[in-house]
Design a protein around this ligand. Structure first.
Ligand SMILES: [Cu+2]
Length: 116
């Protein structure tokens, strides 16, 4: 291999490894629809120690979203989506639920975050 080809080879490897690293730091994105009185999906599965981005969109009234175990509690107004980012530091099953009284079945608005 000539010096020129060696240089091309090294540059290609460097660029590819950079792209792979960037890919790995992208948060795991989950879109969640909020409507009276449920979340869709109501079971979310993510991986421990990997960043998670939840994009919550309410299609009717203001809802809420809380996961006590990860100290998350946010209002989800109707309209543009609300983004919540966190990195689960432990595995298990953690309940999430609505924290805004959104209607008579508000207390049924719950789901489960599974961290593997
Ligand atoms: Cu509610």
């Amino acid at each position: 291999m000539s010096k020129f080809h060696q240089l091309i080879f090294i540059c290609t490897v460097a660029i590819l490894s950079l792209f792979l690293r960037l890919g790995n730091t992208q948060p795991n994105t989950v879109e969640i629809l909020c409507q009276k009185s449920f979340f869709t999906p109501n079971t979310i599965e993510v991986k421990k120690a990997e960043p998670v981005r939840l994009i919550l969109k309410s299609v009717d009234v203001t809802h809420g979203f809380a996961i006590d175990d990860f100290e998350i509690a946010r209002e989800i107004p109707a309209g543009p989506p609300t983004t919540i980012e966190f990195t689960p530091d432990r595995a298990g099953e953690f309940p999430f639920y609505c924290v805004v009284r959104c209607g008579k079945n508000h207390l049924k608005m719950r789901g489960t975050l599974i961290v593997r």
